[in-house]
Design a protein. Sequence first.
Length: 620
Amino acid sequence: MTLRVALAGNPNCGKTALFNALTGSRQKVANYPGVTVERKEGSVKTASGLTISVLDLPGTYSLDAHTPDEAIARDVILGKLSTEAPPRILVVVADVTNLERNLGLLLELKSLGKPVVLVLNMMDLAIRRGIDVDVQALSKELGVTVIPTVAVKRTGIPELLQHLEKEFHAPAEEVIVREWKKSSPDDVRARFAEVDRILKKCTRKVGQPEIWTDKIDHVVLHPVYGTTLLLGVLALMFQAIFTWAKIPQEWIQEGLGWLGAAVGTHMPDGALKSLLADGIISGVGAVLVFLPQILLLFLFILFLEDSGYMSRAAFLMDRLMGKVGLNGRAFIPLLSSYACAIPGIMATRTIENKRDRMTTILVAPLTTCSARLPVYSLLIAAFIPNTSVLGFLKLQGLVMLGLYLGGIIAALVMAVIFKKTLFKGAKPQLLMELPTYKWPSLRGITLGLLERSKLFVRRAGTVILSLSVILWFLASYPHAPEGATEPAIRYSYAGKIGGAIEPFLKPLGFDWRISVALIPGFAAREVMVGALATVYAVEAKESETAAALGPILAKNWSLATALSLLVWYILACQCLSTLAVTRRETNSWRWPIFMLVYMTTLAYVASFVTYRLALWAGWG
């Protein structure tokens, strides 16, 4: 027995918190067929054994869709997707502190004739703000069941499940689903006039509401104080990536060192031993070392999103975005791209202006994603001393912050160029709803981190493992002829490929080893680290290269080469997945090809200039 329900609601209404409270870890995340809109589905089993399949729809204000996200939500609700059955019950989630906007969607959905239940979320915030809701009167006026909840505390969840179970077992009634048609301006006015009438009858202000949110916004949204706070938050994030992740990274390194030593000691010499030690342990292990740093990055981003600060940051950045022809709404995709350019590009679907959306898509990959983090961390740890600056800041953390800022500066500069050439047009006005401040849900953040951990480990166990094995083979065969004067790896396929590419990249300070590592790094940026580890392991026959790659690079590279490679990684488009999602979002190969060409050209020129300036400074 399975009941299929869908969660619908405005953005920032707590819908995802309710989804997490209902389904816990029983979630599947994928994309809807043919589009890049994320599809989250989970399940929950009631005490009587009923399985409820829960679909978390993208946030929408109306069925009159203006973005791809809203279009998917509309099509699922109306049963227009041929790949899945329509939900039997719609659970409309509403932020009780902002009922006027939320109830407009409820009335529109109710007019379709589908079974609907209203969940009043964030009831604890309503109480603190002095908002009293007569739930029974509201239910009577709307003609639907109303269930108050505090999703992050699981308050009201049993009552919601009990109601859904009751609906499932109730005698089946004939449901006449009316055909949806776009609302006229008169329809919209009438709908919200009805919302005003209902709210006047069912809600009232009691006591003295809290005003601490307004006091916080006076600081957070201030042009000077707010900007300083935002820079401080970003600085803390990058300092933490180095400082807090150090101990778990050392544990992983020690484990890899022990594993490599065990393979070297207990296995006989041969191809299998080399594959395990030089290919798998060195290649995959060199990337796994950076898992703690990547999770810390996601921890900060999830915390900022859950707390309500992310939208404030976008509002604050509207003035800066305006100088490059965009509005503050573009800031969220750019900041999301710090985690990964793919969800960042997907997040541009919330931008209604097509010119702004295209500009944001093209510059989003310039912001530093988590896949670059292993390369940054490796080179910074190997070449930048961790000395104190101003007594409390560390130089390595400041360099990391500088790399991230370099990416966003490059994105803004390119946005100016694109808005003045390819996508001319006036800057659209920013209309943004600021969500309620709330303490992030520990459960929600934990589930988010677990999901990212699974994705990273799965990637390490599939893509990175496969590429590491392929690269090991290319670096190990064919064997060097007898009497060879050069290292054996130079006679391998990898050595020959690297030698062929080296003349093109030599002006940047890159040797054949870097040239070889850049190739699998194009499939996944972080593979660059594992590829270097594999190449040096095969060349030096060292099974512990995964744990000792930094010192090896510091011994074999100049600071000029390291700086040139860092600049290359800020600007180059080394990610097939990013190009693929750009193709799907723009529905054309023209734009991903343009993205690849302009970013590669930009990276080559900037790396060349960096390398020459570093040589001039005596860092060669």
